[in-house]
Design a protein around this ligand. Structure first.
Ligand code: XBP
Ligand code: MG
Length: 229
């Protein structure tokens, strides 16, 4: 069990942890972007499951090009346009209210707030995607603002590199033992562990089959972590 009551701040991963954004927003947004840019690609849920081993939407496009024998360098400009279009579609999907936070997320934040424990966001997603999730799905619930937000633009190496977590701790002025992480993927687990943090894993749609032996705890839903406060 990962004790939360002893911490000064709990750091949350975004995609898959706070909300099931991958299947409900990123994947449909990618497919709309392929159509919009005129690229004859379409990703099924199975395709996306494999591609999610690569963190970062742009890096995922590069990986797919390589997988099907194309030269990603030669298509860089086109892939950049697809990624920009994908994030626009993601924002629209969020604005339509399609993706609520996961079960127990709001209760967990309010319980942490009640104990004077802060919360933060550590993601390899683009900041605009975090802003859309906050604005359309979280802020309307009256949730407390995060004390730190680290997104892909803040780092030079994405998860599983620990950099995003190291930066979050630096900005908070905390050492690893004063914080902990909640993640849903092996890449996220390795990133948080690499920064010296204890980690609880919440099983998500796409990563439930990964290996989480290094985690302090694995739960099906965030609501189970209310017992840890
Ligand atoms: C999950 C990701 C993200 C999104 C795509 O990050 O891998 O890259 O799938 O976002 P996390 P971008 O779970 O750490 O939040 O297209 O903005 O890269
Ligand atoms: Mg995640």
């Amino acid at each position: 069990m990962m004790q939360l009551s002893q911490r000064r701040c709990v750091l949350f991963d975004v995609d898959g942890t706070i909300a099931e954004t991958e299947g409900h927003a990123h994947l449909p947004a990618f497919n709309r972007a392929f159509e919009q840019i005129g690229l004859a690609w379409h990703w099924s849920r199975d395709d996306y499951h494999g591609l999610l081993k690569t963190a970062g939407g742009f890096e995922r496009l590069v990986r797919h090009a390589e997988n099907i024998g194309l030269d990603p360098q030669a298509m860089r400009g086109q892939l950049t346009l697809v990624h920009q279009a994908k994030n626009k579609h993601y924002g629209q999907i969020m604005a339509n209210g399609a993706v609520p936070p996961r079960q127990g997320f709001a209760d967990l934040l309010l319980a942490l707030q009640g104990k004077g424990i802060r919360w933060g966001v550590v993601s390899t997603t683009s900041r605009a995607n975090w802003d859309a999730l906050w604005r359309y799905a979280l802020q309307p619930l009256g949730l407390p603002e995060p004390s730190v937000v680290v997104c892909s633009e803040d780092v030079t190496a994405k998860k599983p590199d620990p950099q995003a977590y190291v930066i979050a701790l630096e900005r908070l002025g905390l050492v690893a033992a004063e914080a902990c992480a909640i993640e849903d993927s092996r890449n996220g687990l390795l990133a948080a562990k690499g920064a010296g943090l204890d980690v609880a894993i919440v099983a998500s749609e796409f990563f439930g089959d990964e290996q989480f032996a290094e985690a302090q705890q694995v739960v099906d839903e965030l609501s189970e972590l209310l017992l840890n406060i």
